[in-house]
Ligand binder design. Structure first.
Ligand code: GDP
Ligand code: MN
Length: 395
């Protein structure tokens, strides 16, 4: 799960990570009022979407940039009216872009240096890692590719925790000394506390800035939380903005389905993550493109299968469906019932290939055969993939 920058600032405040105070606004009038409340003539207004690269992004209405620097409340209102309700395209959103529902107004900080700071979970070392760079404010992927020596990594022992000498090492590598090094160490220490306490899997501050006055501040924030730990954090779940998520994935999560939307045209309904991966691979191998990853799990109910089917059919890109079930705990007849229930409710006009194997397979096949559904039956995974790729091509 991700949150917006204005929400991230609330967490920063709670954990003592210095960052200019921001006010969120959903209309031009609110933006103007927010700018008045903040005061001064050095303001920043930012589009609130779950994607980076806003500064260099472009709105579909032609308006350039998701980050601007108004001088007056009236100008803040004017800028907000150009952004709210518009779709912002950045290098992280893809062509479709993201609808901007809210903007955030804050006091603009003066910048002397822009640094990069992130904390992530590192699979290889099975520990958190702090990633930092002197090259802040730009595309960090590009820095990593062109000048990998400018990316600093500090692994943190998961039990011993972050050590003062590790903070000093990081500060020195970022060429911070004296009071700035102290401010930086305190900020990273608090950010690390936040990272652990909130079960984050990613926190990224780009840029972390040093002001001409010598203060160290977080000017941007991107957060990712471990979905499996969200049950421990109802206050974070409350920050969830489902309008930022793929509607198919939101619907799937209501039914506890593991669903990830993809760009292809062949939908897959599979039980078990490994089998789902193998199914996607073999579709590709046969010259097709999967439209999704969908694992209905080991103990799916008829309702879940039916919901899964509906989600698949609501995707306009889907031109064919491959159901691949290996019945272990999952019974083939339950899957068959779910498919029939969904097909009865929705009109199925696209090819459907079903491969069932395992527990109650005879019963499952019988249910489908006795229905009036136009189902193409398959005996094994390879056969199934070939049949659906062929059916989609000729449909
Ligand atoms: P992103 O493009 O989505 O990563 O959004 P950012 O919040 O990082 O803003 C983009 C760029 O705008 C930053 O890299 C900064 O250079 C600049 N910027 C953001 N906030 C401020 C601010 O308060 N003051 C100044 N002077 N520049 C800012
Ligand atoms: Mn940024």
């Amino acid at each position: 799960m991700n949150i917006h920058e204005y929400q991230a600032k609330e967490l920063f405040e709670k954990f003592g990570v210095p960052s200019p105070k921001g006010i969120v606004a959903g209309t031009a009038e609110e933006a103007e009022a927010a700018a008045k409340a903040i005061g001064g003539d050095d303001l920043v207004i930012k589009a609130q979407v779950h994607a980076g690269g806003r500064g260099k992004g472009t709105f579909k209405n032609g308006f350039k940039g998701g980050v601007h620097f108004p001088k007056t409340p009236a100008e803040a209102g004017e800028l907000a009216s150009q952004m709210i309700g518009q779709t912002l395209v950045t290098h992280q959103t893809g062509e479709a872009g993201r609808l901007v529902n809210k903007v955030m107004i804050a006091e603009s900080a003066d910048i002397e240096r822009e640094l990069y700071l992130a904390i992530l979970m590192d699979r290889g070392s099975a520990s958190p890692v702090i990633v930092a760079s002197t090259e802040g404010g730009m595309d960090i992927e590009e820095v990593a590719e062109k000048t990998p020596e400018k990316i600093i990594r500090q692994f943190v022992h998961p039990l011993a925790g972050l050590q003062p000498y590790e903070l000093r090492k990081l500060a020195a590598a970022l060429e911070l000394a004296g009071d700035q090094a102290k401010q930086f160490a305190k900020l990273v220490k608090n950010l690390f506390k936040l990272f652990i306490a909130c079960d984050c899997d990613m926190v990224e501050i780009n840029p972390l800035v040093v002001t001409p006055a010598g203060d160290v501040l977080a000017l941007d924030a991107k957060f990712g939380f471990d979905d499996n730990a969200l049950y421990r954090h109802p206050e974070i779940v409350e920050m969830r903005d489902t309008t930022e998520e793929d509607p198919r994935e939101v619907e799937a999560s209501k039914f506890d389905l593991n669903y990830i939307g993809l760009d292809g045209n062949i939908a897959c309904l599979v039980n078990g993550a490994g089998l789902a991966m193998a199914t996607m691979d073999i579709i590709k191998h046969c010259g097709g493109e999967p439209a999704n990853f969908l694992d209905v799990g080991g103990g799916a109910t008829k309702e879940q299968v039916s919901a899964a089917f509906k989600i698949i059919l609501s995707d306009p890109n889907v031109e064919g469906i491959l159901v691949n079930i290996f019945g272990g705990i999952m019974q083939c007849d339950i899957i068959a019932e779910g498919i029939l229930a969904a097909a009865a409710e929705l009109e199925l006009t696209i090819p459907l290939v079903v491969r069932l194997e395992g527990t109650n397979v005879a019963l499952g096949k019988k249910l489908i055969e006795e229905s009036d559904l136009a189902v193409i039956s398959a005996d094994n995974l390879n056969d199934a993939a070939q049949k659906i790729v062929e059916a989609v091509k000729t449909a």
